[in-house]
Design a protein around this ligand. Structure first.
Ligand code: AMP
Ligand code: MG
Length: 699
């Protein structure tokens, strides 16, 4: 048996239609390397699966499809129901009797009917309908049905449910009753082109197998902690994990089944949980090194550029790669180069409405050409050949018919009976677009690292892409620290101030295209801060704190990071905002920004912004500055870089009247920052200074 070309994993559902918008507890199909597909009901899912099977067949590819429900019942069930041990006979039996539509199905009634055929109460329980069903208890009050509670496979899968339970959290019984008929129909439809593992050798072009996302539960839970729909994570991670396995490892998993598998079925990968988890995890980039924020030893005040150089050298993307439809890719970071699958334009076409002909038959001076019957319009090309010396009607965007290489504009033509007249000469190729003149097939249309713009989406679509490889968006947790802080708008007592940094930093993260994760305020209390950082590290890819970043008694962010051995106290030669506490918390980078709002903003713009660009996959970027005359005076000693709140009026850079770093009004007054270089400066009005608008920082 050779390997598979594609891996699909299906999360089934026994419920009714779940509506047009993707949601949980619905049907999801994951395919390695693609974004999970949401399906609102089983009919749509059956169609989608048939289509995938046919597409794979057409492409000559081998397809593996895993389903997350048992393919058979515990020993003894088949015999009682059908008189034999063949699991496919059970499939046929159920398929014949299950009535299913998007809005309703009779799975509970059918289970009651099956129960009637067994001694005692029968094996099934959990009536999920409004009306009482005499044959199906609401709770587990079963007696004497005489069958095992679970299959041998489930006894080895910690946390797996019994297929007798038809409803309730985690139950799988309804999936079996509604899923088996679909498998039965796929099998009848595709015949020997499908084999069903483990009842048949997994050698056909398409193999259906039972899998269970519970085997990679830890990885799923971590992904879910960062948001998104659990079912979608399950099918994405499991399909990718299967695709990552070496073919011989998968072959071993397919070969290792219990002796009862022929009648009870088996869960693929039982006993290989570690291997599957590792395969699922290998898609997640490894965490950053704990020392990635270490500054050179023995330096008292680190220059801004040295600090930036270190960040640039040591940080790299930390989010997983995925694929999303072009329609949803705006603002996301492209994970790999995107090559043109098709040229743009794909074929030579006309740029105007007019008349097409071969330029070789057209000289200088007045021209008269006979007109051919028919026309070429966009999407409706002319099938015939245009003889040299004849013209044909062409409309903008239409493919040039054979024999046409030049077009004369409507406005320049006099149309008579069966003839057109115009003045030559016309340049060969006039008013036409060459195939590939915009982008040639195979050319790099979009480079990895681009934050996809509206225009990029147009280009990606034009060169043939429906899905784009992107990084999952960076999740940025924001925490404010300080006993004095109260929530904006709440009652503030003496000595209290409103938390101004959190709304600012959350909005900045959002403007940069990241997912802001609001972690609220934390008092100056180390245990509380520890708990918040723990939670933030589970929910986000990077943590921004403000306040408590210096080395004082109440500087708990730096104290906590130091206590856990993670602190890199950055003393940057920068005004405002010298104390910065950087470190790794449970593998997640923490930027401990100063509490002063002005310093918090400057440090976020100068350090956190480019650093997060690298973490997100977008790469390093320097803000575009402009050299403009100063409308102010400023003297400073050498030794540190300064950023002043500034704006441009009448072509010159003004600065805010006060440099006080608590002056929030100045931040709002400003429309950018002026960067004063590290050396000694004596700036006079009219001298050129470097102005960086907020827009260049993306805020
Ligand atoms: P810290 O860095 O904690 O010493 O705080 C420096 C200054 O910034 C103090 O005056 C704090 O009250 C103030 N501050 C800290 N956090 C915030 C915040 N989230 N919003 C407004 N001011 C703050
Ligand atoms: Mg504080």
């Amino acid at each position: 048996m050779s390997g598979f070309d594609r891996f699909l994993v299906v999360d089934w559902s026994g419920g009714n239609d779940t509506g047009p918008r993707a949601r949980k507890d619905a049907i999801w199909i994951g395919e390695a390397g693609k974004a999970p597909q949401y399906l609102r009901n089983r009919m749509a899912a059956e169609d989608a699966l048939s289509a995938r099977i046919m597409a794979a067949e057409a492409a000559g590819e081998r397809l593996f499809i895993g389903f997350d429900f048992p393919f058979a019942y515990p020993e003894g069930f088949a015999e009682r129901l059908t008189g034999g041990r063949d699991p496919f006979a059970v499939w046929a039996w159920i398929a014949e009797r299950l009535k299913d539509s998007p809005q309703s199905n009779n799975r509970f009634e059918l289970a009651a009917e099956i129960n009637d055929r067994f001694p005692g109460t029968g094996p099934f329980w959990f009536n999920g309908t409004r009306k009482d069903l005499p044959g199906l208890p609401r709770r587990d009050t079963r007696t004497g049905h005489g069958l095992p509670e679970t299959r041998r496979a489930e006894q080895r899968a910690a946390g797996a449910f019994s297929c007798w339970q038809l409803g309730g959290r985690g139950a799988v019984g309804g999936q079996v009753l509604t899923g088996v008929p679909v498998l039965h129909r796929l099998r009848s439809r595709f015949g020997s082109r499908i084999s069903v593992w483990p009842f048949e050798a997994p050698e056909a072009a398409v193999v259906l197998a039972e899998i269970w996302p519970g085997l990679i539960n830890d990885v799923v839970r971590r992904a879910e902690g960062r948001g998104g729909i659990r079912d979608a994570h399950q099918v994405r991670l499991l399909s990718q994990a299967l695709a990552q396995l070496a073919p011989e490892v998968l072959a071993r998993m397919l070969a290792e089944v219990g002796p009862e598998a022929a009648t009870e079925g088996w869960i693929l990968g039982l006993g290989h949980e570690q291997t599957l988890q590792r395969a699922a995890e290998s898609l997640q980039p490894p965490p950053l090194r704990n020392d990635c924020f270490a500054l050179p030893a023995g330096v008292d005040w680190t220059p801004v550029d040295t600090a930036l150089g270190l960040l640039q050298a040591r940080l790299r993307p930390v989010t997983a790669r995925t694929e999303v439809p072009v329609l949803q890719a705006g603002g996301l970071v492209l994970a790999t180069d995107v090559l043109a699958r098709r040229s743009n334009p794909p074929q030579p076409n006309t740029a105007v409405d007019g008349w097409g002909f071969d330029a070789a038959a057209c000289g200088a001076g007045p021209q008269r050409l006979p007109v051919l019957e028919g026309r070429s319009a966009a999407g409706r090309p002319f099938a015939g050949t245009v003889p040299r010396g004849s013209a044909i009607r062409v409309l903008t965007g239409a493919e040039l018919p054979t024999g046409v290489n030049t077009v004369v504009l409507d406005e320049d033509v006099t149309v008579g009976a069966g003839m057109i007249a115009f003045h030559g000469p016309l340049k060969p190729g006039a008013n036409t677009r060459r195939a590939g003149e915009d982008v040639g097939i195979g050319a790099v249309a979009l480079a990895a690292g681009r934050v996809l713009t509206a225009a990029d989406l147009a280009l990606a679509a034009a060169v043939g892409h429906g899905m784009l490889p992107v990084f999952e968006p960076l999740r940025v947790a924001v925490v404010s620290t300080g006993d004095e802080l109260v929530e904006a708008g709440a009652a503030a007592g003496p000595g209290q101030i409103f938390d101004a940094n959190r709304p600012m930093l959350l909005r900045m993260a959002e403007r940069w295209g990241y997912v802001p994760v609001d972690m609220g305020r934390v008092a100056d209390d180390r245990a509380a801060l520890r708990r918040t950082l723990d939670r933030a590290a589970r929910k986000a890819d990077v943590i921004l704190t403000s306040g408590g970043a210096s080395a004082g008694d109440e500087d708990h962010v730096s104290a906590l990071l130091r206590e856990s051995g993670a602190l890199q106290a950055w003393r940057i030669a920068l005004k405002p905002g010298r104390p910065l506490a950087l470190g790794m918390w449970n593998g997640v980078p923490v930027f401990g920004l100063p509490g002063n709002p002005v310093a918090a903003l400057v440090c976020a713009l100068v350090f956190a912004r480019p650093a997060m660009g690298l973490l997100s996959g977008a790469g390093w970027s320097e803000p575009q500055g402009f050299d403009l005359p100063a409308a102010f005076e400023k003297r400073k000693k050498p030794g540190r870089r300064e950023y002043l709140r500034a704006r441009v009026r009448h072509g010159a850079v003004e600065i805010f009247a006060s440099e006080g770093s608590g002056r929030i009004s100045g931040l709002s007054w400003a429309e950018g920052l002026v960067e004063i270089a590290d050396g000694a400066q004596d700036i006079r009005p009219g001298d050129r200074v470097r102005y960086i608008p907020y827009g260049s920082f993306g805020i």
